[in-house]
Unconditional design. Structure first.
Length: 295
């Protein structure tokens, strides 16, 4: 069992990682207002790979490029690359808090996909939590108002892909962190290349540096969350991921002047409550299960 100091360090690393993810989201929303999703993905991923290269060499290029279960690894990369692209596309149209609220519905999709694809048994309590999460998503999307739009549906699709990435990640727990991050980053780079023909805006030196910094921030965020889950039990540190909503509200208001509607706030509360309920129930039936892996 982790010691008290290790647990506190794990909580601190999770909080720092979520803050870094929030900064990554703000920077991404800012940049895709000027530059295409493809070039942001390409340049961001290239910078992240440069940062990751020393770790890849230290681990061994062969071990990194030839992981166990390569087919599942490719599937995880496809899901991860797709959800990052959809996130940048959605956040270029939607307020940051709205996008993140929909994205945090991913644990709900994880339960459903795990039951359908992995044959995991889901008890009544977890199905009720899933139903609460569905209500939260429906309230957030506000189908009777102006919120149900194509960008909102893109965000919803992205959250489902994110859940698929987590399901694949459950089957790859034995894969080294460097390998997982390297493949995911390489996949995002290739996705950027695929989307590049849809437009290119020549960035200034300042903006090119910001896009490169975006990759560094995302890499540090992944490392913080990964280290957090090694220092402390997942059931202890994972609830702190919901501070993402707080940062999204703060940065969305401070940087972009956005403030969520009452429907979005109510939906966010239901989604967070459903996620925490699933976490408590999961801790009772399988306290050693791995937790969420964030983009």
């Amino acid at each position: 069992m982790p010691t008290r100091n290790a647990t506190l360090a794990g909580i601190a690393m999770m909080l720092l990682g979520i803050l870094m993810f929030s900064l990554n989201d703000v920077m991404g929303k800012w940049l895709v207002a000027t530059y295409t999703v493809g070039q942001v993905l390409l340049l961001r991923s290239a910078a992240a790979l440069l940062l990751l290269l020393p770790f890849v060499f230290a681990q061994g290029i062969g071990r990194t490029l030839r992981p166990e279960k390569p087919g599942l690894q490719v599937l995880r990369v496809l899901f991860g690359s797709g959800e990052v692209a959809l996130f940048y596309l959605a956040v270029s149209y939607l307020p940051l808090a709205d996008t993140m609220t929909i994205w945090l519905a991913a644990p709900i999709w994880v339960v459903i996909l795990a039951a359908l694809l992995l044959g995991e048994r889901v008890d009544t309590g977890r199905w009720l939590a899933v139903a609460m999460g569905f209500v939260g998503v429906a309230v957030s999307l506000d189908p009777t108002g102006a919120s149900l739009s194509l960008p909102a549906l893109i965000a919803l699709a992205g959250s489902i892909l994110f859940a698929g990435m987590m399901i694949a990640g459950r089957q790859l727990r034995g894969t080294p962190d460097v390998t997982l991050v390297a493949w995911q980053t390489l996949g995002a780079l290739l996705m950027g290349l695929v989307l590049l023909p849809f437009g290119w805006v020549m960035p200034s030196l300042t903006d090119a540096a910001l896009i490169a910094l975006l990759g560094v921030v995302a890499m540090v965020a992944h490392l913080c969350v990964t280290r957090s889950l090694k220092l402390a039990e997942a059931s202890v540190v994972v609830p702190y991921q919901y501070t993402l909503i707080i940062w999204a509200l703060v940065f969305g208001w401070f940087v972009f002047g956005d403030w969520p509607t009452p429907a979005m706030l109510a939906g966010a509360a239901l989604i967070v409550a459903a996620g925490l309920t699933l976490l408590v129930l999961e801790r009772r039936v399988a306290p050693a299960k791995a937790a969420l892996d964030l983009p």
